[in-house]
Design a protein around this ligand. Structure first.
Ligand SMILES: Nc1nc2c(c(=O)[nH]1)N[C@H]1C(S)=C(S)[C@@H](COP(=O)(O)OP(=O)(O)OC[C@H]3O[C@@H](n4cnc5c(=O)[nH]c(N)nc54)[C@H](O)[C@@H]3O)O[C@H]1N2
Ligand SMILES: Nc1nc2c(c(=O)[nH]1)N[C@H]1C(S)=C(S)[C@@H](COP(=O)(O)OP(=O)(O)OC[C@H]3O[C@@H](n4cnc5c(=O)[nH]c(N)nc54)[C@H](O)[C@@H]3O)O[C@H]1N2
Ligand SMILES: [Mo]
Length: 663
């Protein structure tokens, strides 16, 4: 028996350190959280506790497959890797010759968050080809753009410091489902008297545990933020010294906030005036306050503006000066050398960019259509908005589809060739978290199962097959890690491949005892928090834009026991999550003659699905909610591929439907 340290590869805040026990036959037999890791602290979520069920699942794809039936029929036969590579590279060459390289689209997302297999050899390969590029915008594109505009960088506070917080506002995030290690940190603070406030249209597990829960009308959070600012300013609960030094154009913000007295904020948000005043006073009187902002609020057409309005709040109270005070959406900009990792010096031309959140329309472009799509790390037929359009596109006879996967996902059904992918236990990688501040090394615990290969090994073979002879295609994964870490950025000081090999995880280099990125100044042009938008206007409340005129707002947030469509095929987790359902308020159920447990049709102009109904107060009037099970239920047949105000993000939660009882 030996113990190996791995990193949970999933697209998740927590990015846990795992201990994997491997037996004499080279089989992983046990997985648990690494007790030595300061954030993981020995515990894994219920999903990843079952990670070995996934690795050794009987349905894993272990050999290359080629389609034998009609497109979408799901009939395949086993072929060799040689044949697969020859067929795929042959098809690449044919497509490029006939239509040009932009007719090829790589499509990848968050299957693994290891920085190498998320994006390195693939970027080199498709860059060299001059293929269309992909903007990866599902998670936090609007929020990221908002941070860039407001703070000048995608950085927030250290979540470990939230043990010192006295007020934690979980704003559009279901911590108990998506960020369990944040919960243990907050619980420690609560033991010392800290208060937890939850602001969410969905009375989720986190809301049920809160000291104060504010049910907000979706898409109206900036009206609440401006209402809070109104009270802070009126009651002089602001930190004048911090504001003078670090908030640009405060006079203009004052004018805007004056337009949002509590009665107006209440009318827009649906939250009682008294609760808005209570929250504002609590916020104004607590310097060690943190807004833990989730991705939920920015999945709306006004998502960027919403995040911006929240991100301004800590500057008003000077929360950034206190350990345990601040704001956290993501920690992302660590100064890695991505130019070197992507080998941008070999990239050809200036190809167009396709937004992954608009793949539904991109697959139907009349001009310069996509003729070949290479999918890895993603299941677009389940996760992308406007699924019916996506699938219609994938069924096009003039589209060649390659999918590199671990399992027969929805997307695989439409493939011409399927390649078998390794899991994280079978490949070398380096990970950052978008939440905590540790860089971690993932060394393979076991050999690749069957004939599966990592993304990078596959792109090395494809590069050879294409005749790409640049030296960078021969770089090993170890070389790639060194190139990525080759940076002068102070955060990465002392973080080398050797150091990681020895320690497995290293916290970014923090000045002093605590990570306080904005104590001194902000990396914006003025060195201050920026309250004006790129077009010069001051932050405001803009209502969400709905193109459909259906009456019920439909929100499809993350499920606790699945990770997007991943884990949807693990029996134990399916049992735990229970069947997909639709939460509906009695005010909406009654006029429709719908009773608890009824099977209903959820529909709009884009598509429909059936779900059983759960009537109650989990959602407010006018809002229906279904936590996503993207493996079994295509809720995305209803969602729109409109994009956010800034950043080109997905708008999964600006979605309107009607509901009727099934006959
Ligand atoms: N268990 C589990 N964990 C996950 C994932 C998973 O699928 N399952 N997915 C991972 C991924 S890919 C991501 S991106 C993260 C996302 O993690 P979260 O940010 O927690 O994700 P969401 O479920 O999208 O949204 C959180 C909350 O936002 C609320 N919300 C929706 N609209 C609004 C609004 O207008 N205002 C306010 N205030 N709240 C609103 C939703 O009701 C929901 O409760 O989680 C990661 N972790
Ligand atoms: N309605 C609705 N839709 C949503 C969301 C929502 O909240 N509501 N959330 C959106 C968000 S935030 C996200 S991030 C997306 C998620 O979008 P995706 O990233 O596409 O998510 P998954 O469904 O987890 O699919 C990842 C796939 O990658 C495969 N995989 C894992 N590791 C590897 C590897 O090393 N190599 C290869 N080749 N494959 C691998 C897995 O088997 C899995 O099938 O969904 C989006 N869709
Ligand atoms: Mo995501």
């Amino acid at each position: 028996m030996k113990t190996n340290i791995n990193v949970c590869p999933h697209d998740c805040w927590d990015t846990c350190s795992m201990k994997v026990t491997v037996d004499e036959n080279g089989k992983a037999v046990k997985i648990r959280g690494n007790q030595e890791h300061p954030v993981t602290k020995g515990s894994l979520c219920l999903k990843v506790n079952r990670y070995l069920d996934r690795v050794y699942h009987p349905d894993r794809i272990l050999y290359p497959l080629k389609r034998t039936g009609k497109k979408g029929e799901g009939k395949f036969k086993r072929i060799s890797w040689d044949e697969a590579i020859q067929t795929i590279t042959g098809q690449f060459k044919k497509t490029i010759q006939t239509y040009g390289a932009e007719a090829v689209l790589p499509f990848s997302y968050g299957g693994t968050y290891g920085l190498l297999n998320y994006g390195s050899m693939d970027r080199r390969f498709f860059g060299k080809m001059g293929a269309s590029t992909l903007a990866r915008t599902f998670c936090v594109a609007a929020g990221g753009a908002a941070l860039d505009e407001t703070f000048g960088t995608k950085i927030g506070m250290d979540p470990e410091d939230m043990v010192h917080s006295e007020l934690i506002i979980a704003w559009g995030i279901n911590l108990y489902a998506t960020n369990m290690h944040q919960v243990s940190i907050i619980e420690e603070a609560r033991k010392k008297g800290a208060k937890l406030v939850v602001i969410d249209p969905y009375m989720n597990e986190t809301a049920k545990k809160a000291d104060l829960y504010l049910r907000i009308q979706p898409g109206t959070d900036s009206a609440l933020a401006l209402g809070i600012m109104h009270i802070l300013i009126k009651e002089d609960l602001i930190n004048h010294q911090y504001v003078n030094q670090y908030l640009d154009n405060f006079d203009r913000l004052k004018e805007r906030a004056a337009e949002f007295p509590p009665e107006k904020a209440a009318a827009i948000t649906g939250i009682a005036e008294s609760k808005i005043i209570e929250l504002a006073r609590l916020y104004g009187q607590t310097q060690k306050s943190v807004i833990r902002c989730g991705f939920g609020i920015q999945r709306h057409t006004n998502g960027g503006e919403m995040v911006r309005s929240l991100a301004i709040l800590p500057a008003l109270t000077g929360a950034w000066e206190a350990v345990g005070g601040g704001f956290l959406l993501i920690n992302w900009d660590y100064g890695f050398n991505f130019n070197q990792l992507f080998a941008i010096d070999i990239h050809q031309g200036n190809p167009r960019e396709i937004n992954c959140s608009q793949i539904a329309s991109a697959l139907h472009l009349k001009e310069n259509p996509i003729h070949m799509m290479y999918v890895y790390n993603s299941n677009p037929a389940g996760v992308a908005p406007n699924t019916n359009q996506v699938i219609e596109g994938l069924l096009r006879e003039d589209l060649y589809l390659v999918v590199h996967e671990q399992f027969m996902t929805d997307t695989c059904q439409y493939a011409d060739i399927i390649l078998p992918a390794t899991t994280s236990l079978e490949q070398l990688d380096i990970h950052r978290s978008y939440w905590h501040l540790y860089i971690q090394l993932n060394e393979p615990a076991i050999k690749p199962l069957g004939e599966s290969k990592s993304n990078n090994d596959t792109f090395r073979l494809l590069a050879k097959g294409m005749g790409y002879t640049d030296a960078c295609f021969s770089d090993s994964d170890e070389d790639l890690i060194r190139q990525l870490l080759d940076s002068d950025h102070p955060y990465l000081k002392g973080i080398t491949y050797e150091a990681l090999k020895e320690k497995k995880f290293i916290k970014i280099n923090v000045e002093g005892n605590h990570f306080m990125p904005f104590k001194k100044d902000f990396p914006t042009k003025a060195g201050k928090v920026e309250i004006t938008m790129k077009n010069g206007s001051v932050i405001n409340y803009t209502p969400i834009v709905d193109d459909s005129r259906f009456p019920l707002h439909f929100i499809t947030p993350k499920a606790k026991f699945f990770l997007n469509s991943t884990f949807g095929n693990i029996d134990l987790l399916k049992k735990r999550e229970k069947d997909p359902l639709l939460y509906m308020h009695p005010n909406d159920a009654e006029p429709r003659g719908i009773q608890d447990g009824d099977e209903v049709l959820v529909f709009n102009n884009r598509g429909c699905i059936t779900l059983p109904v759960k009537i109650g107060e989990t959602s407010g009037p006018g809002v229906v909610i279904s936590p996503i099970n993207l493996w079994e239920k295509r809720v995305n047949v209803t969602t729109s591929d409109a994009i956010t105000d800034i950043g080109g993000g997905a708008t999964f939660y600006t979605n309107f439907v009607d509901v009727k009882k099934m006959e």
